[in-house]
Structures are given as structure tokens and as C-alpha cells.
Design a binder for this molecule. Sequence first.
Ligand SMILES: NC(=O)c1ccc[n+]([C@@H]2O[C@H](COP(=O)([O-])OP(=O)(O)OC[C@H]3O[C@@H](n4cnc5c(N)ncnc54)[C@H](OP(=O)(O)O)[C@@H]3O)[C@@H](O)[C@H]2O)c1
Length: 245
Amino acid sequence: MMRRLYPTSAVVSGTEALEAEYLHPAGRHVRANFVTSIDGMVEVGGRSSPLSGPADRDAFMAMRAVADVILVGAGTVREERYGPVLLEPAVEDRRRSRDQAPTPPLAIVSNRADLNPAARVFAGESKPLLLTTDEGVAAHPDLAGVAEVVVCGDQWVEIAVAVDALVDRGLTGVLCEGGPTLLRSLIGADLLDELCWTVAPRLVGTGHRGLLGDQVLPDPITLRLDRVYESDGALLTCYARGREP
Ligand SMILES: NC(=O)c1ccc[n+]([C@@H]2O[C@H](COP(=O)([O-])OP(=O)(O)OC[C@H]3O[C@@H](n4cnc5c(N)ncnc54)[C@H](OP(=O)(O)O)[C@@H]3O)[C@@H](O)[C@H]2O)c1
């Protein structure tokens, strides 16, 4: 059972009610979703699954259910061995009733485009978007057969160009599923609107990657606590990026 603790308290019961908690506002809205240990680490043995639990997985699926597109870094695709997005038929029906595609496409961000065309992530019914560079395309032309390739820079993906490419396709509700390098880059370009952060009730110590990887932020970023949920010892928070109107 999931309980909303803030801003108002309520029991959030059932899949549909949980999805309603995560509906994107109109217009471009970039949400990132992460789970960390209490000490801020995003992976154990290169995977996030040891940190996740039932509540985090439910929230993960609810965020997928309402997103127009799932944005993910190539490192996460490689390390987590990403597969195609699969949703329950009832979830797909609810998406259709909101004029969304039955499943959100994946959009993979990669400078080098060093991905195996035979990887699981390319085995779905629809092709993922690959947001990459001229150099990436030149080095891996075979990916054009398994992905919709969008060039967003010469050597480096310009993340603002990449997000604009999604918005131009009508994919305004963006769910970033990581990893830390991509999150850092969204924050650096001031593109992050909401950070949904689950604090798993675990301590894992050093030797793991943290929420923003090993990259420094020049200045602290202030976020506003928007919503808090609790389930079975896990704390699920949503922080909004406070922007000037
Ligand atoms: N706990 C969680 O919620 C969570 C969520 C996601 C990931 N993770 C963990 O994070 C780890 C991976 O960390 P990571 O920082 O390597 O992940 P990442 O951001 O997914 O991957 C980094 C790679 O993705 C590409 N990339 C990311 N941002 C880019 C940008 N702005 N422009 C161009 N390319 C970009 C680059 O790929 P190329 O090298 O191909 O150019 C880069 O080397 C994994 O162990 C995973 O389990 C945890």
C-alpha cells in the first residue's frame, strides 16, 4: 500500500490511482526517476535492481504508463541490458484514451552510438529513437536499421537539441530513467522539471556510482519538495524545479 504523506495525506490505492499521481502537466515537462540507497548510491554491482522494491517498481511503471517518451543514456542501456517497453493492456487502453501511443518509445542518448544492433533494446515492435552525433552515425551506420537515428551534434549530443527533437515529435512528457551522466547533463542545461527520487531503506557504502555520477555541479541547484509517498519503508519523493514564472 502506498500512502501520500505530502502535500496532503491519502492512501493511493491501485494502479490507476498511482498513475494519476504522475500525470505530466501540459507542455514540455522533463521528469527524471531514480532510486538510491540512503547514502545516495544508484547501483550495486552495476544494477539498480538491488535498490528497488515493490513500491519503487510500481512507481517506475506508473511513470512509464503516463510518459510520452522514455529518455535513457546508453550507459544505462548497456549496463542494465534494457529491453523494449512493455505495458499491460489496461495501461495501453488508458494511454489511448489520453491520445497517447499505446507504449512510449524509448529515446537512447549516446555520443558514440556504441550499441549492438542485436541488443534486446532493439527487439521490440517499434524502433527506439537514437539521439546521437554525426561521428556516432558514421561509426555505426548499421544502427539505422534498428533505430530512428536523430543527429543532435557533431561529436557530442547537445541535450537541448535532443529534447527539442522529442518535443517536435509531440513527445512533451519526457521520463528520464537515467543514468547519472544523463541526469547531470539535463540539469546542466536547465532542462529538468522534476526529480522523482526513491530512497530505498538500504545503506551500501562506497565504491558505487552516486546520483550525479562523479561530475561536479558548479553551483547548488535548489529544488522544491512537491510530493512525498511512503510504502513498506521506502520513501518516494518528487522534487520540482522551481522556475521563475
Ligand atoms: N538507481 C537508478 O535509478 C538508476 C537509473 C539509471 C541508471 N542507473 C545506474 O547508472 C549506471 C550507469 O551510469 P552512467 O552515468 O554511465 O549512465 P548513463 O547516463 O545512462 O550513460 C552514460 C553514457 O550515456 C551516453 N550519454 C549520457 N548522457 C549523455 C549526453 N548528455 N550526451 C551524450 N551521451 C550521453 C553516453 O554514451 P556513449 O558512451 O555511448 O557515448 C555516456 O557514456 C548503471 O550502473 C545503472 O545501473 C541507476
